[in-house]
Design a protein around this ligand. Structure first.
Ligand code: FA5
Ligand code: MG
Length: 486
């Protein structure tokens, strides 16, 4: 009996959407600087030291060294790196916003989740989605992890935080387990409005009028406030929410239009969609820390690409941060996605390349030029089919708390397959796709078949290399997930 493929459990961390089933796996093969130290050898390391900071590890630890090795890269601050240039271009559209570019990526679960109102059972907290160092310590999964602290410092009405973030996510040409976000927030003080004898909404509309105008048609069919789908917060008036939403949306549309124009005027007029008009739309979204909430999507290479999440900051966050008189908006934008639009970079793993053929194409001091892909080396695909471990054999054999990384049928998660491929093959794996799924009619056992596409970004792989990698991958599936190869 064939069953229709079940919706993947690879929910996006925060939006809860189900991503595409084509999963491309990439990791930098070129990470050089090893500033991460394991303080005791062997499989049960008790501590790690990252850039001088030491953390105790426990059974929650699921962060592989390949991910820790990415921490010192800080691509968004490397001179002439496309992510740096993109960050600076976005920053230039937010004059007067206080910028933070060096916040350390290891944070507490309090910062990453609790301070933002994530419920205890939110999927984003699970070890299949998040890289843990120990039960209370994670690699930040988003720049929002710094929201509460930044509001509490109360140094400015508005700020921008750019940083590397980490997720055990599906990977395709626009997803990578390490990527970069820019968080922005703008708040207004109610007391300042009162002092001027104006309403808060009036003050905000005056600020909306200062945002540069554009003539791009933006699809935004939904009402700002919807009682069920996108509710108004208690204590916020509809008037001020309309004004804050307008300020948020105009500010971010201005960014996208500026990026599009920069790309269009590139010296070779090389924006992929240069001949097509820019298409942008606002869609309703949900985040535990904003309401109402929206995502902005841009039409790119035949499909809608989500570039940011945003909304009106939950008042409880501002209240807890001791700024109860402030109200405002926040957004989180994916820097890689914007840079891909800006330069027509076709694949997110390229950002990690140290190859001169990539890096030499970007310069902060010359006009934006379209990225010219260098040669594509041949690909080689191989299949692997296996039976998942069944509940009964797991009950017979597995310990009540499976070893970190181990999995039973009940807890099988595709992200674990992805991570094994990443660990064994690095960026040599271009994508991994579930091609077949089958439940045995008598035994009820589930079989899966994945197709792995091997391709090196910078040279041709030999058959022998590919076979070796595939064999190691198969073996690790058995060792770590307890599957039975077919
Ligand atoms: C967030 O991370 C929220 N913190 C954004 C936010 C901030 C909402 C403030 C409200 C207020 P989300 O998971 O959708 O949301 O990620 C935001 C953006 O990061 C996405 O729109 C996308 O551009 C980018 N992104 C997400 N996952 C990946 C990935 N694996 N690889 C590359 N970019 C990604
Ligand atoms: Mg999202």
């Amino acid at each position: 009996m064939r069953i229709p493929s079940f919706p993947t459990a690879l929910y996006r961390q925060l939006g809860g959407k189900i991503p595409s089933r084509t999963l491309k796996l990439k990791r930098s093969p070129l990470v050089v600087s090893r500033q991460v130290r394991w303080n005791s050898a062997g499989p049960s390391q008790k501590e790690i030291t990252v850039e001088g900071k030491t953390y105790k590890t426990d059974s929650w630890m699921n962060t592989p060294s390949s991910i820790l090795d990415a921490i010192p890269r800080r691509l968004h601050t490397q001179p002439d790196h496309p992510l740096t240039i993109t960050r600076q271009l976005i920053e230039s559209r937010f004059p007067g916003y206080k910028t933070h570019n060096n916040l350390f990526p290891i944070v507490t679960t309090q910062q990453n989740f609790d301070s933002l109102g994530f419920p205890p059972d939110h999927v984003g907290r699970s070890r299949t989605d998040t890289y843990y160092v120990n039960k209370d310590t994670v690699l930040r999964t988003h720049t929002s992890a710094h929201q509460a602290d930044t509001f509490r410092k109360n140094e400015a009405d508005a700020y921008l935080i750019s940083a590397d973030v980490y997720r055990r996510d599906a990977i395709d040409r626009s997803h990578y387990p390490v990527f970069h976000q820019m968080e922005g927030a703008r708040t207004w003080d109610r007391r300042a409005a009162e002092k001027q004898g104006k309403t808060l909404a009036q003050i905000i509309w005056e600020d909306v009028a200062k945002i540069p105008k554009h003539d791009v048609k933006v699809e935004d069919p939904n009402p700002t406030i919807h009682p069920e789908r996108n509710p108004l917060q208690e204590g916020h008036s509809a008037d001020e929410t309309e004004a804050i939403a307008a300020h948020l949306k105009r500010s971010l549309e201005d960014v996208v239009v500026a990026i599009f124009n920069a790309a269009k005027t590139a010296s070779d007029a090389g924006f992929a969609a240069a001949d097509e008009p820019l298409k942008v739309r606002w869609v309703e979204a949900y985040f535990p820390f904003t309401s109402p909430s929206w995502e902005l999507e841009v039409f790119w290479q035949g499909d809608w690409l989500e570039v940011l999440g945003s909304g009106i900051v939950q008042q409880s966050i501002l209240n807890h941060a001791s700024v109860p008189n402030r109200v405002g908006w926040a957004f989180g934008i994916g820097l890689e996605r914007i840079a891909m639009l800006l330069y027509s970079i076709p694949d997110i793993r390229l950002f990690w390349s140290n190859d001169k053929r990539f890096l030499s194409q970007f310069s902060a001091s010359s006009p934006i030029k379209r990225f010219v892909p260098f040669s594509k080396y041949p690909a080689c695909f191989k299949d692997v089919s296996f039976w998942l471990r069944t509940l009964s054999s797991a009950a017979g054999g597995a310990s009540p708390t499976p070893a970190p990384g181990a999995s039973t049928t009940a807890s099988f998660h595709e992200n674990d397959v992805m991570e094994i491929a990443r660990e064994v093959c690095g960026d040599v794996v271009e994508d991994v796709r579930l091609t077949d799924e089958f439940v045995h009619p008598k035994t009820g056992r589930r079989s899966m078949c994945y197709r792995v596409n091997y391709r090196h970004l910078e040279r041709t792989l030999t058959n022998e290399e590919t076979n070796d990698l595939h064999e190691k991958f198969r073996q690790q599936l058995v060792d770590k997930l307890g599957v039975e190869l077919r």
